[in-house]
Design a protein around this ligand. Structure first.
Ligand code: G1P
Length: 297
């Protein structure tokens, strides 16, 4: 019997130096697309996929993240007295059931593989998800839900995958494809951030994973890989060589790299336009901006 995926690890220990000075005092995961922090998008996606336990791998200076998921009794009672039901509803999504959320400290920034390994004692024998909140995915059916459904058929390990331009392979984990079945790809190898001329394909790993606990055995033994960091990609590659049960999944949706400024701005525009109450005013503004720029050229 295939087990259900009910736990997710959120590696959120990164310093977010690409967004300094903002990230000097706020965690990058609290940065906001329209009116919701990045982490809220990740949590909503996890919930839609049936995740019940949320494990955050944090670091020093991430207190705002913990506060964000706490009940704010004062604020809630003020809103209740004022009859602001819509705002209370917006807050409800930020509340976590007692015991549903756990925080683990990653004491040293040793890489994504190490961050996931830090959560090993909270994962039992079932497969679990990993969500990188920097990768925001707009999709009719949330990406992790698509993956959980596909995983119910395949079992094993699964990574979200997307084609990237050949010159961009050095920014991603890249899949070596054994059998391309369309949405599903059986994988025979994985390389972290290969140079364009050495990449086995241009199918890149995006920050959604469903992994079996065996991954921890490989992470136990791992030394630093690309960029001097312990790489999750290397642990998954090790699993391929042993059990051959790793799949890439081409999700349906648009991914934004909110770890980069350009990606963050693009996501802001896309999510802003997707809001009914903002759409008209925002699109008029964008059309006006484009026209002014064209005229100036
Ligand atoms: C991480 C992973 C990489 C993956 C990427 C997706 O890299 O190591 O394999 O392709 O996320 O966003 P990072 O972007 O943290 O350097």
């Amino acid at each position: 019997m295939k087990r259900k995926v009910t736990k997710a690890i959120f590696p959120v220990a990164g310093l977010g130096t690409r967004f300094l000075p903002a990230t000097k005092s706020i965690p990058k995961e609290i940065m906001t697309l329209v009116d919701r922090p990045l982490i809220q998008y990740a949590i909503d996606e996890a919930r839609a996929a049936g995740i019940k336990e949320f494990i955050f791998v944090t670091s020093r200076g991430k207190g705002a993240l913990e506060d964000y998921f706490d009940h704010s009794h004062e604020l809630e009672s003020t809103l209740r007295k004022a009859g602001k039901e819509d705002l209370l509803e917006a807050l409800r999504d930020t509340n976590m059931e007692s015991g549903a959320i756990a925080y683990i400290r990653q004491h040293k920034a040793l890489g994504l593989g190490h961050a996931v390994w830090c959560a090993r004692r909270l994962i039992g024998q079932e497969p679990f998800a990993v969500i990188l909140p920097d990768d925001v995915i707009a999709a009719e059916k949330p990406c992790l839900q698509q993956m959980v459904e596909a995983h119910a058929e395949t079992g094993g390990n699964m990574v979200a995958a997307m084609e990237v331009p050949s010159e961009k392979t050095s920014a991603y984990g890249i899949l070596d494809i054994r059998d391309d079945m369309g949405a599903l790809v059986s994988v025979k190898g994985m390389v972290e951030k290969p140079a364009a001329n050495t990449a086995p394909s241009n199918l890149a790993v995006i920050g959604r994973y469903i992994l079996t606990p065996k991954i921890f055995q490989h992470l136990n033994r791992l030394k630093s890989g690309a960029g001097g960091e312990v790489q999750l990609t290397d642990a998954i590659a090790e699993e391929i060589s042993r059990s051959n049960n790793v799949y890439g999944f081409r999700f349906r949706g648009q991914r934004f790299d909110c770890g980069s400024k350009a990606g963050f701005l693009q996501a802001t525009v896309a999510f802003g336009l997707a809001r009914e109450e903002l759409h008209e005013e925002f699109i008029q503004f964008l059309i006006g901006m484009t026209a002014t720029r064209k005229a100036a050229e």
